[in-house]
Design a protein around this ligand. Sequence first.
Ligand SMILES: [Zn+2]
Ligand SMILES: [Zn+2]
Length: 361
Amino acid sequence: MTSEYPCAGCGARVEYAPGTTALRCPYCGFEQQLATPDRTVREHAIDELATLPRKPLATLAAHTLVCQKCGAQTQSDAIADRCQFCAAPLVADVTSGEQIAPEAVLPFAVDRGAVREALGKWARSRWFAPGSLKKVTDAESTRGTYLPHWTFDAKTVSDYDGQRGEHYYETETYTENGETRTREVQRTRWYPASGTVSRDFDDVLVTGTGKVTTRHLEKLEPWPLAQAVPYQPDYLAGYTALRYDVEPESGLETAKARMAKVIENDCERDIGGDEQRLNWIRTRYFELMYKLVLLPVWIASYLHGGKTFTVLVNGRTGEVIGQRPYSRLKIVIAVLVGMVLAAVIIWLIVVLGHGHGPRRR
Ligand SMILES: [Zn+2]
Ligand SMILES: [Zn+2]
């Protein structure tokens, strides 16, 4: 089953218009309001995962996206794409239960024009970038893509055991050039410390796809997750939406590792003193909840020197994160200019030094 998005105005295809709650035809401008959702975004208990009829990711077949316009079939891992023959929007039906259906979607707010502007600004402000970087604003290579993410909520209670270090100062005597002197030296006295800290975690975000480098994705944060709306396939019309390829169980482990860092800080603050040592932390989790949310990212890529560089734009905030090449020529010129400047400055110091400095006898 593939959704169909014909334009009631001209027969072309409508797609989701960023920043609105409407589908719009790129040809005739016809707009069609999205249905108001009859439900709200909710988190699901982790325990529910075991009861779902879902299949392991490795055994999931590719979606067959059937174009209603030209009849072409596209095999795809994506849950939304464009027909590769006629560019009609294709959105797969994900309600079969074989995979976890997205609970929420953060719709695109940054449109194609704004992306081009953001990319242009970014490209111009890169130092030592080759001229080819400006090609990144090429609209053709830029794709609006929804990336799957897991969010996790948890209430945690952590017992810990460690030591609190308190500074004190001692006067030390030492000898320098045959003279006896004294100095204050900082030392640490350690006391046993143990206790319990607790914290409520809300929407700890973990990427649900290995197709985009996590390091880059994390730089796109923070996401205005509170603005996510209940999932509706219409928001995907005209965009690519990747299927998750990280199981929620493995996402939860990543989330717990993130929580552990925060808990460690909590324990250290609880210990107090000037320095802290932790021997162990034992954390219990309550009310563990998860949801699958689709986040909007414009992905641009360009070739330079036979290498592909990827630039990501947060489809909500317009923030740009990207890889960029360096122009060797520009760097060499900058180094040469720097050397000439340094030579001129040294020459000036020498000349002025002779002119105005105290005269030697
Ligand atoms: Zn139209
Ligand atoms: Zn088609």
